[in-house]
Design a protein. Structure first.
Length: 431
């Protein structure tokens, strides 16, 4: 740092990525990026408001709008710093805002990853082992940001060599941690998808679809964006480990800036990567592809599905009044779609002795989930809870969807000779 004759904050003695901005070079570049962030922010916030008006909560749109606001402030500070290069406090503020913006994209990708895993492996995705993983990673990210902010500020306000050494360690740890966090979605999605390809795993559980589009498309959205973020974070981490370059040579002349500290890399792999991802997410409409129903908190609570008579149903299902009677009585084929995910109802063609809520084994189409379903002998229900059946006269077996196994299952009906009066049944519609 500077000599003891100066007062805090002290002027740095080593170069950093992007360097000190200048008016002819940095202000035009910052102005262009600021315009791009304004456009991206308007698009994401407009989509967020439109979804909110129709009752769809997609908080990630608000997070991306928040990133745009942070970046507008960051670029404004950098422009001000270019106009007043000797104002060290402006430089400190600009460096802090550069570090805190991109983590919002890390959070978006991490929660997209969580939804993909829960769709591919519903029981594991909602287990006590996996559920806290993403929040823990997000908490580590927040703590890392706080540590970096403290280290950056502290390094400008002290001349103590030991404190500088500690700050240097934190400044190396931060970009390294961000590189790992940016890479986490790639690792998790790759493992989850490969496991899903195993026939024994694929045939055991049905896919809990959510949002619009295929699961492969969702994966193709998250993986490239995570790869770009990993590349940008790794580049910054790599330059941090290189030899520190002084601002001035021993004869007090400016030290040439290494190629890895130049402005092209700073803007291209920093703001440029973020702009690409922001517009990419807007173009592919992640608000439609990654949205899930409110209240989803258990296996198979993402996609739409049946609500049987006598069952409390699933918080995912919101059957419209027009179709509710049909699904409960099995009068005709009906379709329900939530966020582009379609589930096919049963078709009642003739009375059947194997029936639950009017939907028989023979008449039910195999269209639940992408992987198909297969009626098998009923074994047990989820968590040992026996669902109250809507019994039908003469019925020997009843069929229902077991969310724990992800399959249709049958079980015998004991002591039921008439429709149970304990469960209100809706009148049959003739359609």
């Amino acid at each position: 740092m500077a000599s003891t004759h100066q007062s805090a904050p002290y002027r740095p003695e080593v170069q950093s990525l992007g360097g000190t901005p200048t008016i002819p070079v940095d202000i035009p570049v910052c102005a262009v990026f600021m315009l791009l962030y304004i456009i991206a922010g308007v698009l994401h916030f407009g989509t967020f408001l439109r979804n909110k008006k129709v009752g769809k909560k997609f908080i990630f749109g608000g997070m991306m709008f928040g990133l745009c606001k942070i970046r507008i402030v960051t670029l404004s500070l950098r422009i001000a710093w270019a106009c007043y290069p000797r104002n060290i406090r402006l430089g400190i503020a600009a460096q802090i805002f550069v570090n805190i913006g991109v983590v919002l994209l890390y959070f978006v990708n991490l929660f997209f990853t969580q939804r993909i895993v829960r769709a591919q492996h519903p029981n594991f995705g909602w287990s006590k082992l996996f559920t806290p993983l993403i929040p823990i990673i997000c908490a580590i990210t927040v703590l890392t940001i706080i540590a970096l902010i403290v280290a950056v500020i502290q390094s400008f306000y002290t001349l103590d060599k030991n404190i500088h050494r500690i700050d240097r360690i934190i400044e190396l740890y931060g970009p390294t941690a961000f590189s790992a966090i940016a890479f986490v979605p790639i690792v998790i999605i790759t493992i989850s998808t490969l496991l899903r390809l195993i026939p024994s795993v694929r045939g055991q559980k049905a896919l809990d679809k959510f949002g619009s589009g295929k699961m492969s498309t969702k994966i193709a959205i998250v993986i490239p964006s995570a790869a770009l973020l990993t590349l940008a974070a790794s580049l910054k981490a790599g330059t941090s480990y290189l030899r520190q370059v002084p601002l001035l040579t021993p004869d007090n002349t400016p030290e040439p800036t290494p190629w890895y500290f130049n402005r092209g890399i700073f803007y291209g792999f920093g703001f440029g990567v973020e702009i690409i991802i922001l517009f990419f997410y807007m173009a592919v409409r992640v608000d439609k592809r990654f949205i899930i129903p409110d209240g989803a908190k258990r296996p198979y609570s993402y996609a739409g599905g049946f609500v049987f008579a006598g069952e409390s149903g699933n918080e995912k299902s919101r059957l419209v009044q027009r179709d509710s009677t049909r699904n409960l009585t099995g009068s005709s084929q009906s379709l329900q779609s939530w966020g582009g995910s379609t589930r096919r109802g049963g078709r009642s063609k003739a009375p059947s002795v194997i029936s639950w809520g009017g939907i028989s084994q023979a008449d039910t189409e195999m269209g639940i989930g992408e992987d198909g379903v297969e009626p098998v002998p009923y074994v047990t229900t989820e968590d040992g809870e026996i669902a109250r059946p809507a019994s039908i006269a003469g019925a020997e077996q009843e069929m229902g969807w077991d969310s724990k196994s992800g399959k249709w299952k049958l079980r015998p009906v004991s002591g039921m000779s008439a429709v149970s009066t304990a469960i209100p049944m809706m009148p049959r519609e003739d359609v």
